[in-house]
Design a binder for this molecule. Structure first.
Ligand SMILES: Nc1ncnc2c1ncn2[C@@H]1O[C@H](COP(=O)(O)OP(=O)(O)O)[C@@H](O)[C@H]1O
Ligand SMILES: Nc1ccn([C@H]2C[C@H](O)[C@@H](COP(=O)(O)OP(=O)(O)O)O2)c(=O)n1
Length: 282
């Protein structure tokens, strides 16, 4: 787990990504919106492996005689490196890692990235975490980032903003039209942004003890044998789906353990469809 840069250089272990059945979340937003910062928090909290396309490209620039100069020039001009290079790095990093949950940060950056990744790996993202932030705030953050990056100067920053508006926003729009975008207000302080991020990820991963039972997410529920699941009216199932809501608020308020004053232990099983007895733990 953790940020994978070096593992991108390791030999692939031979298993294809579709065989690995990887869960992928794309993390998008403008330069300086806080993608890397939030990914670090998500890794700690939810056990994902963080793959930053920018970090992988910067590492490749240092080590590759074949593509080094090209990558360096593209990054300095704020342009997007051809997919064939970036996807190879991402694929290698995923194959060399034992985890099956990946946060892919700063990718896909344009339509070419998106279509090529899908056709090469056969993977569609679980959802897209979109960190929404104004240029004014992003510019201020980038100029104060202080990581010695060649592209964090005002000329390149302006070029990166233009590329983001022209090439990356349409990709976010594409996923939005498929109901896959989880938009977060990224202008707030880091901790507040992460609270909103958590409420997007939690329903996908939660397994919470609740009145002597385990509260499972709808994803976990799908993997359970039918015999351990109580009958659930269709209407209830839908309202609890972690991916049905487009805002974190809507997701969390639909949870059965919040906002209810009645004792759930008193309720019939059909009113708490995701409560699985501990003896049948998932
Ligand atoms: N919510 C936030 N509020 C204030 N500063 C932030 C916030 N999120 C990130 N930063 C800072 O802004 C800069 C850019 O963040 P980073 O995570 O590197 O962005 P990105 O990966 O999107 O380019 C860093 O110096 C980081 O510490
Ligand atoms: N999918 C990608 C991601 C990044 N790049 C290049 C071009 C970007 O301007 C730089 C830096 O990207 P990175 O995601 O690290 O940083 P910012 O979001 O711009 O702050 O890397 C790319 O060519 N293709």
């Amino acid at each position: 787990m953790g940020t994978v840069v070096d593992s991108g250089k390791k030999e692939a272990n031979g298993s294809s990504l579709s065989e690995k059945k990887a869960t992928v979340v794309f993390v998008l937003g403008g330069p300086g919106s806080g993608k890397g910062t939030q990914c670090t928090n998500i890794v700690e909290h939810f056990g994902y492996t963080h793959l930053s396309a920018g970090d992988l490209l910067r590492a490749e620039k240092e080590s590759s005689s074949e593509n080094g100069t090209m990558i360096q020039n593209m990054i300095k001009e704020g342009k997007i490196v051809p997919s064939v290079v970036t996807i190879k790095l991402l694929q290698r990093a995923m194959q060399a890692n034992n985890n099956d949950k990946f946060l892919i940060d700063g990718f896909p950056r344009n339509e070419e990235n998106r279509a090529a990744f899908e056709s090469v790996t056969g993977i569609e993202p679980e959802f897209v975490l979109f960190l929404d932030c104004s240029e004014e705030v992003m510019e201020r953050r980038l100029l104060g980032r202080n990581q010695g990056r060649a592209d964090d100067n005002i000329d390149t920053i302006r070029k990166r903003f233009k590329v983001y508006m022209e090439s990356t926003l349409p990709v976010i729009e594409y996923y939005n039209s498929k109901g896959k975008v989880r938009k977060i207000d990224a202008e707030k302080p880091v901790e507040e942004v992460f609270e909103a991020v958590k409420s997007v990820f939690t329903p996908l991963h939660e397994k919470v003890h609740f009145f002597g039972r385990i509260l499972c997410s709808s994803k976990t529920r799908k993997r359970l044998p039918k015999s351990v699941l109580p009958d659930v009216p269709k209407k209830k199932k839908k309202s609890l789906s972690p991916l049905s809501a487009t805002t974190p608020q809507a997701t969390s308020s639909s949870r059965p353990d919040q906002g209810s004053t009645s004792d759930p232990a008193e309720q019939p099983s059909t009113s708490a469809p995701y409560l699985i007895p501990i003896s049948q733990r998932c």
